[in-house]
Ligand binder design. Structure first.
Ligand code: ZN
Length: 286
């Protein structure tokens, strides 16, 4: 095997490592459940990296992890991985492997991969699963806010429909957030059932509420395309997407309508983004 880049997807439930060639094509990939604690996690990553690279020289590595993390210093504290507090991942990995190593939030890298795949100028990616998050990529650059933080698309407020008339309290401490209305955990709290058990009328409500969120994003950012991913989108595609898109179109009057589409990369977009991150570094150092 000639020189490779390595992409890592360090998730709360699974870890994926892949070796790719200089065009980004995956040569070998390994996947394993995330062990408890950072020591076991880092040891497993080393094993997986050795397996996928098979002794080839690693020219750069890119990793996706849950937030919060500092993409510049590479210190990570993924919320859904207990024990991972202030882990200096970048310093550890650069010291161990002697190559450039970059890490970014998983939704940012998913957005970067969708951007690379979609060939548009301004792409907004939103993932809806247990929670709701997203990222904006403009001309190939991940949009970063104050202190390098990523915007929280899920915590915008929207005018909502809710026949049950409950208060829409969000886990962030505020009220009326999009995440509390349309994410998997929000649906469970509001409707007191799993998303797959919602009636047609209830899906229509969820879709209307999502459509209001899309309307805000379309009006504020004017992206060329909004790509939707995440388990809830793929599970409920026909009940959710067409009506939500119709609501957005009905309400956006003054700016062009973005194309809204479900991701055709699926959950692979996070790893693909990690590989892109590594390739950027590989080019940078050559
Ligand atoms: Zn919120």
């Amino acid at each position: 095997m000639s020189n490779v880049v390595v992409g890592l997807d360090i998730g709360g439930t699974k870890m994926i490592a892949a070796a790719a060639d200089e065009t980004g094509r995956i040569i070998k990939r390994e996947r394993a459940p995330t062990p408890k604690g950072p020591e076991a996690g880092l040891a497993l990553l080393d094993e997986m990296i050795a397996e996928v690279t098979e002794g080839a020289e690693i020219i750069a590595m890119g990793a996706a992890a849950g937030g919060p993390l500092n993409w510049e210093t590479g210190v990570v504290s993924p919320l859904h991985q207990p024990g991972w507090q202030d882990i200096p991942l970048k310093a550890l990995m650069q010291g161990k492997y002697g190559c450039r190593f970059s890490v970014d939030v998983d939704t940012n890298l998913a957005a970067l991969a969708e951007y690379d795949h979609g060939k548009v100028s301004k792409l907004l990616y939103m993932t809806i699963s247990t929670g709701l998050g997203g990222s904006l990529v403009v001309d190939g650059q991940i949009y970063r806010g104050m202190n390098g933080e990523h915007p929280e698309l899920g915590h915008q407020s929207v005018p909502y429909r809710l026949a049950a008339g409950r208060t829409v309290a969000c886990t962030c401490g505020s009220n009326g957030c999009l995440e509390a209305l349309v994410s998997g955990s929000g649906i469970r709290r509001l409707y007191r059932k799993a998303p797959e058990e919602l009636s047609k009328e209830e899906w229509d409500e969820v879709s209307w509420n999502l459509g209001q969120g899309l309307r805000n994003l379309a009006a504020i950012y004017l992206p060329d395309v909004i790509v939707l991913g995440g388990g809830l989108v793929f599970g409920a595609r026909d009940s959710l997407l067409p009506p939500a898109i119709a609501v957005m179109r009905d309400h956006v009057k003054i700016v062009p309508h973005p194309k809204v589409t479900a991701s055709d990369m699926g959950e692979h977009n996070v790893l693909a983004g990690a590989i892109l991150l590594a390739l950027r570094d590989a080019r940078f150092s050559s």
